[in-house]
Ligand binder design. Sequence first.
Ligand SMILES: *[C@@H]1O[C@H](CO)[C@@H](O)[C@H](O)[C@H]1NC(C)=O
Length: 118
Amino acid sequence: MRLLLSLLFLLALTTYSSATYCLCRDGVGEKDLQTSIDYACGVLKDCNPIHEKGPCYQPNTIKSHCDWAVNTYFQRFGQISGSCNFSGTATTSQNLPSTVVTGCLYPSSPGYVCFKIW
Ligand SMILES: *[C@@H]1O[C@H](CO)[C@@H](O)[C@H](O)[C@H]1NC(C)=O
């Protein structure tokens, strides 16, 4: 239990100190956004949060689902430079999309994702 608490504390620290997100660009066509979602989700295997009834399903727009998918992919691969591109449809950001709903988790650092994988 103590170990778990320390991990959570560490997690909180890293989450707040180095927030870098990867989001889909505005103005990209829905077909291209969908391609990026499919690619990211194909690698991630799990895109349940943006499926119906998932915590990140709302707002139900391709752009919003794309944000979640590419961001999760980007964190999963340790924010490797160049992994937030998706053929030019995505770019890094210091801020979360304004549309994120309560309960939808956006990992903001690679450490968070490692923690989740354990
Ligand atoms: C992103 O991808 C596009 C198209 O594949 C490429 O032209 C561009 O150079 C890439 N940008 C970065 C920063 O890697």
